[in-house]
Design a binder for this molecule. Sequence first.
Ligand code: G6P
Length: 612
Amino acid sequence: MCGIVGAVAERNVTPILIEGLKRLEYRGYDSAGVALIDERDGLHRCRRAGKVSELQAALAAAPLAGRLGIAHTRWATHGAPTEANAHPHFSGHELAVVHNGIIENHEALREQLKAKGYVFTSQTDTEVIVHLLAEKLKGTGDLAAALKQAVKELHGAYGLAVISTRQPDRLLAARSGSPLVIGLGLGENFLASDQLALRQVTDRFVYLEEGDIAEIQRDRLTIWDVDGQSVEREQVQYHEGAEAADKGAYRHFMLKEIFEQPDVVQRTLEGRLANDHVLVQAFGPQAAELFARVRNVQIVACGTSYHAGMVARYWLEDLAGIPCQIEVASEFRYRKVVVQPGTLFVSISQSGETADTLAALRNARADGGYLASLALCNVGTSSLVRESDLTLLTQAGPEIGVASTKAFTTQLVGLLLLTLALGQVRGKLDNALRIELVEELRRLPARLGEALAMDRTIEKISELFAEKHHTLFLGRGAQYPVAMEGALKLKEISYIHAEAYPAGELKHGPLALVDADMPVVTVAPNNELLEKLKSNLQEVRARGGELIVFADEQAGLENGEGTHVVNMPHIHDILAPILYTLPLQLLSYHVAVLRGTDVDQPRNLAKSVTVE
Ligand code: G6P
């Protein structure tokens, strides 16, 4: 994922920009660049394919200095990861732009601008922005006014930073679908796509909102909202302790990571949604062309990531009409697989280093029969990402707790984006449903926040499990993998034996185990399987089993003798697996705390299994 850093100061800002880029490296990128304005001899840049360290080496050999500058790490979407495609992009020698996101109408804009005489030197969508701005600047002479006019013509998603020799005292920024934050200093100000990049220079931040345009000077900040009105945005003070490698106010990393989910889901969506559809290019330069040829999907993963893939199978077949197979990597890698023509190989991994998943990918590539490989991963620099044709990075940030939580929900979000993208490209997804789901995705972080607000209720319920040795988790449809993930969490961190079943299988065996000592946990959104699920619950109650049901508030389920109902906020059925995961995570967490286990580092388990 791309990163932006900018600065306007009275000192040379090059070291600030480079340090900022380094702090964004974890997001994954394939080229880097910086542009500076030196009041005496104008605009200069340095760009390199590869790592920030290569850019640094180039700058050490031929230093650039200036009091105004922008910098970027690029993750290629339009055009290969070459120096010519790296940002900043220039128009003439007076204007420079860095851009996160995707401009969908870049081809049409490119033709218009070429007709006006602008010469393009890259294959990127970003270069149209800088020439469009140059065109507007001719008319207005003012950078802010030009930017306001230019963004009206851009379709897609962007976070932009702009500098010009015409007004070498200001840095301009625009946000739509891709985050930007302004860092406030004393007599100097900064800009970045993530406040993490600026932590070394300030602890005061102003977050831009959708549609905002900002003019940042050394000692002045002006922001206009989407309607062009001048607005004040709240200043936020960053407190030590919000650091990823720090538990902050939380007792365990796992709890902190559970509570980060609204935020990291939001980040995973950023830059990937246009008004009413998913931006297919977010999956890589060749994605649109490749997706059109996908006839089948093979998913491979381990552990929690495998459960995410299981949910995706329901989505892919239901929404995109694509047959999907899923298998744990340790099995897949050792058997002869018949590859259907047009199969997209999808690997899912938080770390991108899991030995079995990596081996499965390597086998698939060696087989040669797959259309392409796509990695859904949380670590941009991982082996899995490097060895795959396409990548979608989840933005969960570092996950410290061994039991995966925020990585799982961001994987689900990524897989839903993939499903919608495939459905769109293949014309299989109903328009009204697509628009509805994009809306629901935008609302998802807030809904996750509502689910987390039930923490106290769930903590109380966890007492029912403290002395138990066995539990059963039930779900139907796409909630079956959610039940599996709930059972995995409980066994990993509380050491209580937990098994998950599709609720319809209850009477084919596990019902024999049910008695007052075996709590049965069920996830019950309000879908067409609800009535069937209610009958399954009766089967448990009839055997004296204690029921804990997480149910849609409209499902009509009520507390009763031996039945504990936790009402969940109503949500679109397709997104329910993401929401219903949260109470199960909280339940496991509180049970583990009650039992006094090592929540963040459960016995015998490792965060990343890099050996067989
Ligand atoms: C280990 C971890 C799990 C994780 C699995 C797959 O077992 O303890 O939390 O789900 O590996 O890891 P990956 O990094 O490939 O998602």
